[in-house]
Write a protein that binds this ligand. Structure first.
Ligand code: ADP
Length: 400
């Protein structure tokens, strides 16, 4: 009998499905793929088997079922269809698990109903995630479906960290509290950082800075999250590509009352036209740093606002943790932008945080230190791998 060691990881959005097939527990990547613009005439699938030729095909993919069927055909052509006995699980990325899901779960009708009930908290994400769960479940009825929640890692936050200081009854009635996001990445990176330090996760305190299009910080004490910068939604916290991060909530009231802006217009302003984009007109950090280097004032200011917010969070989380063993940079900006890493920790030598300019700018891809030997706190670049983390969690769940 074939041993079931493969995990298909699905990240099913509203109009796209990303997938990866991994062999566990080693984590070897066997294939990656993407179906985009589902429901549109220009829909297409791109499938890349590891070590093989990239294959593309057009739609029509009118819905997720058609998209996943096509993905299943491509995977089957490489030897691992949705009904393959080698498939141990399908691991689904689910953005919002509320305060209910503290870890990965096997999907059943009750789990589906609960994810559905959380749609008001993640209207842009949970419906697409559910679509993927339902469709994959129908296409591979014999294979365990596992939901891995982006919020789960943050459910260990103490109440004084997750509770907003507003009327408790109103907050609880409407499930208003801090949930955080990027949890799968923070879990993976904090553990990998402990490995890099050569220590057990239980023994180290880490500040993880996940800087992609969305940005969030997490304070992780002994492997458990004790605070994170995103809140009820991913809008809170750090300055991001297009989101404002922290802002006085009265700004919303002011714009509604005095600028005549609708709730939807303010939503669009803060989520899609703010952050780096709002400050300088570009949300891609490569472009912002290039412009700043050329002396562009708006880009310079955008970088300064971005870095100042990061420094504040690093300082705050140093206080929250009491003792910090490492600060880890991850995601598109964190892994690639030496100037942002340097600016984020500039002037924090008093906290033991020093970035070595040569190590910071040296080319490298894997986990690595960028702090000098003598520094009391390690600073590291630790590439994230959310798919591997989802595959690992799903595999562990079904094989124990
Ligand atoms: P997402 O949050 O969508 O998962 P990523 O983690 O892939 O995004 O980060 C994407 C962002 O990373 C891009 O918008 C870009 O600003 C930034 N980025 C990617 N490569 C570089 C680079 N070499 N230098 C600076 N920024 C980069």
């Amino acid at each position: 009998m074939t041993e079931a060691t493969r995990v298909l990881v699905l990240n099913s959005g509203s109009s796209s499905v990303k997938y990866q097939l991994l062999d566990m527990p080693g984590g070897t990547r066997l294939a990656t793929g993407l179906v985009e613009r589902i429901g549109e005439r220009s829909a297409r699938l791109v499938h890349t088997p590891s070590g093989g030729e990239r294959r593309e095909r057009g739609g029509p993919f009118p819905d997720h079922r058609a998209a996943l069927r096509a993905a299943a055909e491509e995977l089957a052509a490489d030897g691992t269809g949705f009904d393959s006995p080698a498939l141990a699980a399908v691991g689904h990325r689910v953005v919002h698990g509320g305060d209910r899901f503290t870890g990965p779960v096997r999907v059943d009708d009750r789990v589906i109903a609960e994810i559905e009930a959380l749609v008001p908290l993640a209207p842009l994400h949970n419906p697409g995630n559910l679509e993927g769960i339902r469709t994959a479940g129908a296409l591979s009825p014999g294979v365990p479906q596992v939901a891995v929640f982006d919020t789960a890692f943050h459910t260990t936050m103490p109440e004084y960290a997750w509770r907003y200081a507003i009327d408790v009854r109103t907050a609880d009635e409407h499930r208003v509290r801090r949930y955080g996001a990027h949890g799968t990445s923070h879990a993976y990176v904090s553990r990998r950082t402990a490995e890099l330090l050569g220590r057990a996760p239980e023994d180290v305190n880490v500040i993880v800075l996940h800087l992609g299009n969305g940005c969030s910080a997490a304070a992780v004490a002994g492997g458990r999250c004790v605070d994170t910068s995103m809140g009820m939604t991913p809008l809170e916290g750090l300055v991001m590509g297009t989101r404002s991060g922290d802002i006085d909530p009265a700004v919303v009231l002011h714009l509604a009352r005095n600028a005549g802006m609708s709730v939807d217009a303010i939503d669009a302003l803060l989520n899609r036209r703010s952050g780096l984009l709002g400050l300088c007109g570009d949300n891609d950090m490569r472009e912002v740093t290039r412009r700043a280097g050329d002396g562009d004032e708006a880009a310079r200011l955008a970088l300064d606002v971005y870095a100042h917010r990061l420094r504040k969070y690093v300082g705050a989380y140093t206080a929250v943790l009491g003792r910090v063993d490492a600060v880890a940079f991850t995601a598109g900006v964190g892994e690639n932008s030496a100037p942002v890493r340097a600016a984020a920790l500039a002037g924090l030598g008093g906290l033991g945080l020093v970035v070595d300019p040569d190590l910071n700018t040296a080319p490298g891809r894997g986990p690595r230190f960028i702090s000098p030997q003598y520094a009391s706190v390690a600073v590291a670049v630790v590439p994230t791998d959310e798919e591997l983390e989802i595959a690992g969690q799903a595999y562990d769940l079904v094989s124990t």
